[in-house]
Every structure is written in structure tokens, then in C-alpha cells.
Design a protein around this ligand. Structure first.
Ligand code: LLP
Length: 423
């Protein structure tokens, strides 16, 4: 369910006409609906009902302070993967005891920052990271709460770039090596074992890889318990998919039901790290048509958003629906449909938002909505081609708020300097 709907052929976000926002903010911009964000978070979180659980929103999917604050008011925790994400999450008001820190390459400084911030736990991904964490904790005279991310070698059946739980992926500790590490960690003076974690991939559209993982983790927890190691938290990661085109991902309630069944008999608190399923369809990218041109072989629509704004089509060949912000009279009718490439101004042929797509006619100056862009949209944007990054806007009911100003030429070069010898 989302709140981007047409009224009289004009696309609205909740009760705000998107063209009104464009007039004031300019283009391109990301637009989020607070009603959709709230609905998605609550639907997910409440699906787990009475089962002891903590929903830690995956900050990497959409990390604007206002969005994090919204989730924080709904009781969310945060799944972070960098010092920067920790900083944002704390600034947004997410309590440190609701923050878990994942990622294969945490620096010493990041480990220290997490430790002194008193986060709930570190998902440790290698023996060397464990040793470094012990050292940092010793220096700080603190005890580091850890869970180890185990790699269960389960095929998530998703895009190769976003599958993380296969033996060949860089993530986690192979399940067969993990027991030894737990036994070692147990004897470390400044380490406290709290949990077991895993994350097998993103955009999963079936439940079975999750339940298969949970079964493997359960057996593993039993082994640990036989050694007298008790586990308080079982972190299953994120990964539930969404519909971009014709995928049929399970509803969060179906997903929750399957996990709850598997959790039967386990005493631990379940941690979930959803990103995409919460924010993807709660955000869109609004762009304006700069030019159209027909070559002998192609029809191009050249817009003012590009691969630096939304990398997913170029990077993963991902599909995002494209809609006109104002439908022209009679649209959509078969005759006005054309096969087009929607491309940005960047000097690369890989710079496209859609290829060989059947779309209604777009003319110069028209506004276009690139749907389902709330997850891994703005957060993956860059300044390539020295393009200032887009603005971000949040709508609530009939009001909109700029939650990130559009960058400008000044901000582009703010941190650069010319050394004396060149002056
Ligand atoms: N937890 C961990 C440890 C993760 O690495 C990720 C995502 C998540 C949770 C959240 O997964 P989600 O629920 O959003 O599927 N840029 C790619 C997706 C990369 C996902 C990376 N890890 C894309 O645009 O499709």
C-alpha cells in the first residue's frame, strides 16, 4: 500500500500535488510519504506480535535524519554499517541500546565509537575483528557485546551483487568455523557473547531461504548451548523483497508467520534488519524532461535525473516503474505508447533510468516519477559529473518539508583545496 495516487490525472503524494512541490523545490528530488513509511514500518513490526523482537531498520537503505526520526518515534532500532550511520542514528534519536552494528570492515575508530556509545551489539564478521574489538574494549575498560555473523551457505535466489549468504560471499564466518570462534570469545576478558546473526541477501521473493537459514542457525545455537554458551539474540538480518515489476514477494505477515513458527521453543529475542520492504515503495524520484530526441534506432527521453541520483538501473539493470506526474488527456491509451530509453545527462551509455520501456508520450518540460526509489536511492547517489545531489522532501498529509536541501556548486567543492605550490 502506498500514498502516491492520481487525482484528476495529477499525481499526488498524500494530499499534496507533486507538481506544486516541483515548482518550489526544483528537480530532481526524492519524495517520501510519511503515511506510507509509517504504515510499512508498523505492518512489518506488528506482524511479529507478541514474539520478543526488535525491528532494526537498515539505515543504509534510506538514511535521512527525518526518516530515521520518524522510525524512532515508531519504536524502531537501527542496523548500521558505519560510524556515519551510527552518528545519524543517534542524532535522529534512536536509543543506542536499539542499535546493532553489522559489516565486514569496521575500523578501530568505528569499533571504539560503537563501544563508547553503548550500542546493543556488534555483529562480528571475522576472528581478526574479534581480536581488535577485545583490544579496543580493554583500552576503554568496557565490555563489548557481540554476536557473530555466520554465513549459513544458503542460496537467497536473488541478484548476484546483493546475495550475501553463499559460501563464496565475503560476509560472515563460515558456519563450520563459527563454533571455534565462539569458544575462543567466551574466554576473552572484554567480550560478552550475546547472539548469533546472519543476513543472506536482499530482495528475496521467497520465504524458504529464510526458514532454511533459521533451521541452520537453530541447530548451531543448540551446539553452542551444549557448550554452555547461552544466546539472547537471534538476528536474522533483512532481505524481504518488494514488487518493482511483477515479483510476488511474500507479505510481511506471511514472512513473520513462517519465522514465528521456526522460533518455537527458542528463548531468544528475534532481531530483524529490514530496509527495502519498509522504504522502497514509500519513496519516488521526481525528474523533469529536458529534451526528447529520435535517432534512427531509438527514442530517447533525456531527463534531469541520472545514474548519480538513482544508480539501481545502471548497476543492477533494476526495473523502476515510470509514471507521468500529469497524465495527458486520454492517457494511457495504446496509441500514445512508445518504446523509449529514459536517460540522464551523464556522459556514459550506462546512464539510464529505463531502457526499451513502453511509456506514454513525454514532452519537453513534463515531470516524471520514478517509482519505488525510496530504498537504495538517495543513499547510493553520488556527485559524479559534478552534479549536486538531489533534494529530499517528506510529505505529511497536506504539507511538505524539505528534509535535505539540494546541494549546490559551493557544497560540491567545499572540502577541496589547492596546495600552495599550485597557487
Ligand atoms: N542487514 C544487512 C547486514 C545488510 O547487509 C542489508 C543490506 C540489510 C540488512 C537490509 O537488507 P534489505 O532488507 O534492504 O534487503 N543496493 C542494493 C541492495 C544492497 C543490500 C545490502 N545489504 C539494491 O539497491 O538493491
Amino acid at each position: 500500500m502506498h500514498h502516491f495516487i492520481y487525482k484528476d490525472n495529477e499525481l499526488y503524494c498524500e494530499s499534496v500535488a507533486i507538481s506544486d512541490i516541483a515548482r518550489e523545490v526544483g528537480t530532481p528530488f526524492y519524495l517520501y510519504s510519511s503515511a506510507t513509511l509509517t504504515h510499512h514500518f508498523n505492518t512489518f513490526d506488528k506482524s511479529f506480535g507478541e514474539l520478543p523482537h526488535l525491528t532494526c531498520f537498515a539505515v543504509k537503505s534510506c538514511s535521512n535524519l527525518a526518516v530515521l526520526r520518524l522510525f524512532s518515534t515508531l519504536g524502531a532500532g537501527a542496523d548500521i554499517v558505519s560510524g556515519g550511520e551510527l552518528y545519524r542514528s543517534l542524532k535522529a534519536g534512536i536509543g543506542p541500546r536499539r542499535i546493532i552494528y553489522s559489516g565486514v570492515g569496521k575500523t578501530e575508530e568505528e569499533l571504539r565509537y560503537g563501544l563508547v556509545s553503548d550500542i546493543l551489539m556488534f555483529n562480528v564478521e571475522s576472528e581478526q575483528e574479534l581480536e581488535r574489538l577485545q583490544q579496543v574494549a580493554l583500552e576503554q575498560d568496557l565490555v563489548a557485546p557481540v554476536s557473530f555473523r555466520i554465513n549459513p551457505d544458503v542460496d537467497p535466489k536473488t541478484h548476484a551483487y546483493i546475495s550475501t549468504g553463499l559460501a563464496k560471499n565475503k560476509f560472515g564466518i563460515p558456519i563450520e568455523q563459527a563454533e571455534k570462534i565462539y569458544l575462543r570469545a567466551r574466554n576473552m576478558s572484554h567480550i560478552k557473547i550475546l547472539g548469533v546473526s546472519c543476513h543472506i541477501g536482499s530482495q528475496l521473493t521467497e520465504i524458504s531461504p529464510f526458514t532454511e537459514t533459521l533451521q541452520k542457525v537453530k541447530l548451531f545455537i543448540n551446539k553452542l548451548e551444549a557448550h554452555g554458551i547461552s544466546i539472547d539474540y537471534l538476528d536474522l538480518g533483512g532481505g524481504l523483497g518488494v514488487r518493482y515489476l511483477d515479483e510476488k514477494p511474500p507479505h510481511p505477515q506471511e514472512y513473520a508467520r513462517a519465522l514465528k513458527d521456526e522460533m518455537e521453543g527458542l528463548e531468544c529475542t528475534l532481531i530483524l534488519e529490514p530496509g527495502r520492504v519498509i522504504v522502497s515503495n514509500a519513496g519516488i524520484l521526481i525528474s523533469r524532461v529536458l529534451y526528447t530526441k529520435q535517432t534512427g534506432t531509438k527514442n530517447f527521453i533525456i531527463v534531469d535525473a541520472a545514474m548519480n541520483d538513482l544508480a539501481r538501473p545502471s548497476l543492477y539493470d533494476a526495473h523502476h516503474d515510470i509514471l507521468p506526474v500529469k497524465k495527458k488527456a486520454g492517457q494511457p491509451d495504446e496509441e500514445s505508447l512508445q518504446i523509449v530509453d529514459v536517460v540522464g545527462p551523464i556522459c556514459e551509455s550506462g546512464d539510464f533510468l529505463a531502457r526499451d520501456r513502453e511509456l506514454p508520450a513525454f514532452d519537453q518540460g513534463d515531470l516524471m516519477a520514478v517509482m519505488s526509489s525510496g530504498a537504495y536511492g538517495f543513499t547510493m547517489s553520488s556527485n559524479y559529473n559534478s552534479r549536486p545531489r538531489a533534494a529530499e522532501v517528506l510529505v505529511k498529509d497536506d504539507q511538505f518539508y524539505i528534509i535535505r536541501e539540494r546541494e549546490n556548486y559551493e557544497t560540491l567543492i567545499r572540502d577541496e583545496s589547492i596546495p600552495d605550490f599550485l597557487e
